[in-house]
Write a protein that binds this ligand. Structure first.
Ligand SMILES: Nc1ncnc2c1ncn2[C@@H]1O[C@H](COP(=O)(O)OP(=O)(O)OP(=O)(O)O)[C@@H](O)[C@H]1O
Length: 304
């Protein structure tokens, strides 16, 4: 955007049909990455290829936006004075009425707006408008869908259903998807590959499970839950220079004494379990327990 590079040292490939979640703190460059891929911003250095074809930026392309891609941005692009159905149908060919109707019906089901099909979009809630924007983007069946925080205005109940429907639809049509998100639950459940961005560069990249099982910094761990940092010598003397970075599920109560004696300071009810906050020397420790803990101190061990 100005002299300081917003993104640097970014390099990765995706296969057709793969889902990538780009995780990163606010301002790290997630939207910028999506806008570059879509062609709204000009690359200063490097290149982006679609199959073997180099993608062009706004300086070379008169109408920005690649044909086989769709971007659903944070400020969603819907037409307020026409109905949900008409919004979705704007990009359809209109050569085969029956086929168009079938397609609109299918997309209304994906975004769960069948009951609102004849309502003017201006009368919908923010979350419902966001769903219209998603359906509109899918109407022409892109080969790559770019989603920029697509579920931010949608409540948890609707969000879970919408995400399941949407990602299932994308997989069934072999549509590649890149989602920029803060939501690690979404990244874990629905992506094949995760990219963690930090200050404009790749901090971790790989298959979702591999990234999750190889968390190597407090920044990375912070997306997935409360973080505990302990000296690695506590449980073994193998790598004394390294710190142990742990998520709550990785520490469990021990019935016998261990080197990790924790004083309980707070307990948070989470529905299916309690998140327990405690103190070990000067470190704050977080772990999960199935019940509220009545003792003042407990011993913890690493989950096997
Ligand atoms: N149009 C712009 N002009 C100048 N700087 C910009 C512009 N858009 C973004 N930036 C800067 O580029 C950096 C990356 O912004 P970007 O919007 O890509 O981050 P993000 O990770 O998507 O953030 P968020 O999660 O808050 O949406 C930020 O420092 C931001 O201030």
């Amino acid at each position: 955007y100005d002299k300081k590079p917003t993104l640097s040292n970014i390099s990765f490939q995706l296969q057709q049909g793969e889902h990538l979640a780009v995780l990163g703190e606010s301002g790290c460059g997630k939207s910028t990455l999506l806008h570059l891929i879509y062609g709204l911003l000009q690359l200063e250095e490097g290149s982006i290829l679609w199959n073997d074809k180099k993608l062009l930026g706004p300086k070379e392309n008169l109408i920005p936006g690649e044909k086989n891609m769709k971007l659903v941005a944070q400020e969603f692009n819907v037409m307020p004075y026409i109905s949900v159905t008409e919004n979705i149908a704007t990009h359809l060919s209109r050569q085969n009425k029956e086929q168009d109707e079938k397609r609109v019906k299918e997309l209304l089901e994906v975004v769960d707006l069948v009951a609102y099909k004849d309502i003017l979009v201006k009368n919908l809630s923010g979350g419902q408008k966001q769903r219209v924007a998603i359906a509109k983007a899918l109407a022409e069946e892109p080969r790559l869908l770019l989603l920029d925080e697509p579920f931010s205005d949608i409540d948890t109940f609707q969000k879970n259903k919408l995400r399941r429907n949407l990602y299932h639809h994308l997989k069934s049509k072999d549509i590649t998807c890149i989602t920029a998100t803060h939501d690690a639950d979404e990244a874990l459940a629905f992506s094949d590959v995760i990219c963690i961005l930090k200050e404009g560069t790749i901090d971790a990249f790989g298959k979702t499970k591999t990234v999750y099982n190889n968390i190597s910094s407090v920044y990375q761990a912070g997306f997935f839950g409360e973080v505990t940092v302990l000296p690695s010598t506590l449980f073994s003397s193998e790598k004394p220079s390294e710190k142990l970075i742990l998520l709550p599920y990785q520490l469990v109560l021990s019935e016998v004494k261990t080197t990790l004696k924790v004083q309980i300071t707070k307990q948070y009810f989470k529905g299916s379990h309690y998140l327990i906050e405690g103190k070990f020397e000067n470190e704050v420790v977080y772990f999960n327990a199935s019940e509220r803990i009545s003792q003042e101190t407990v011993y913890l061990k690493l989950k096997r």
